[in-house]
Design a protein around this ligand. Structure first.
Ligand SMILES: *Cc1c(COP(=O)(O)O)cnc(C)c1O
Length: 363
């Protein structure tokens, strides 16, 4: 095993911006003014209050979110949100879910414990190769909300714009494409993301919740699963994942100050994805993309390589060349290059060059 950093294409936990890791390293033993590590200070201390405030305000700035929105940090990642949102807002009623892949299916399974989950559209019979057009959605006027997964991490498909939901509250699992492009947050009642893809370490979800939704929260939920309680306590009902929130404050600062905001991030992300999809498209079928072109994700590029044997060689030779984490999810196989915000262009160029060379030798 090498001691130097590789290009890490892992789907999550995923690569973080190097300047963020360097700053965390520099501040690891002593957070400025605190006399101790962020990991060692009270979540009610002044120093941590500043970190939490910055994380929230950076996220609101990046999303252009008004004071109509709360920013929360909840335990249990995105999976806990599958349950929490249903406990708060489904409550024995009906909700519409757009099933575009593995994560949407899991969200539906958890919500079904709390009410009726309607399938507004499913890509299952097509093996989840695309997202639906608005005209294909079958929406129920009585639905409490419409839930969609903006980017399916495993299949590598992504919505290019929000589904049209006729004024229903729109809920979104944005775990794997959070902050990858400008987002009109005003279209959403609830948007959540497990932190470990695009914004920080694992174990926490970022939740953006529109204030008026709190009126619907029922009484007597367990306190950590009660959005109202979490809002009233500013995510500090119990001890939150303080170090994770600290890294989120640094990643969001990096997006604002070093990248220069989400328009710039989006331009970089599109360029990165294009390099890989162009290599797939120009390969004459040696590389075969999973997603239909209109639904291709700019975060997770899924593809197959040559024969089964060649695919194994591709993965092992890539890893040996310092391009790791490319194995597709065990449920679908193949290869997947996760190229989140923090994956530098150099990493994607190195992978593209590796793909071209591998095909030249083996194709
Ligand atoms: C990774 C992922 C999840 C699960 O996140 P956890 O934080 O592990 O619960 C849910 N949805 C999507 C789209 C994901 O990519």
């Amino acid at each position: 095993m090498s001691d130097s950093r590789i290009f890490n294409f892992s789907a999550g936990p995923a690569t973080l911006p190097l300047p963020v890791l360097e700053q965390a390293q520099a501040e690891l033993l002593c957070y400025p003014g605190a006399g101790a590590s962020v990991m060692e200070i009270s979540h009610r201390s002044k120093a941590f209050a500043g970190i939490l405030e910055e994380a929230k305000s950076n996220l609101k700035t990046l999303l252009g979110a008004s004071d109509e929105y709360h920013v929360l940090f909840t335990p249990g990642g995105a999976t806990m949100q599958f349950s929490m949102l249903a406990m708060n807002f489904l409550k024995g009623g009906t909700a519409d879910y757009i099933n575009v892949g593995s994560w949407a299916s899991k969200a539906m399974k958890e919500a079904a414990r709390c009410g009726t989950v309607r399938t507004a559209w499913s890509g299952k019979n097509e093996n989840y190769v695309r997202v639906p057009a608005n005209s294909e959605l079958d929406l129920d006027p009585k639905a409490a909300y419409v839930h969609f997964t903006s980017n399916e991490t495993i299949q590598g498909i992504q919505f290019s714009s929000e589904p049209e939901v006729n004024g229903k509250p729109l809920f979104c699992d944005a775990s794997s494409d959070f902050l990858c492009r400008p987002t009109d947050i005003n279209k959403y009642a609830l948007l959540y993301a497990g932190a470990q893809k695009n914004i920080g370490p694992s174990g926490t979800a970022v939740v953006i919740l529109r204030k008026d939704m709190l009126d619907q929260v029922p009484e007597n939920l367990p306190p950590l699963l009660d959005y109202k309680n979490m809002v009233e306590n500013d995510s500090l009902y119990n001890t939150p994942a303080t170090f994770t929130i600290y890294i989120i404050s640094l990643v969001s600062r990096w997006l604002l100050k070093e990248i220069g905001g989400l328009e710039k991030m989006y331009a970089i992300n599109k360029d990165k994805a294009k390099l890989l999809y162009d290599a797939v498209d120009a390969s004459g079928g040696f590389y075969r993309g999973h997603a239909l072109p209109d639904s291709r994700s700019i975060m997770n590029v899924t593809f197959r390589v040559g024969t089964e044997e060649q695919e194994k060689q591709f993965l092992s030779q890539a890893a040996a060349a310092g391009l790791d984490g490319l194995k597709g999810h065990r449920s679908v196989g193949g290869c997947r290059a996760s190229i989140y915000n923090a994956m530098p262009m150099e990493g994607v160029v190195a992978l593209r060059d590796f793909m071209l060379e591998f095909q030249r030798v083996n194709g």
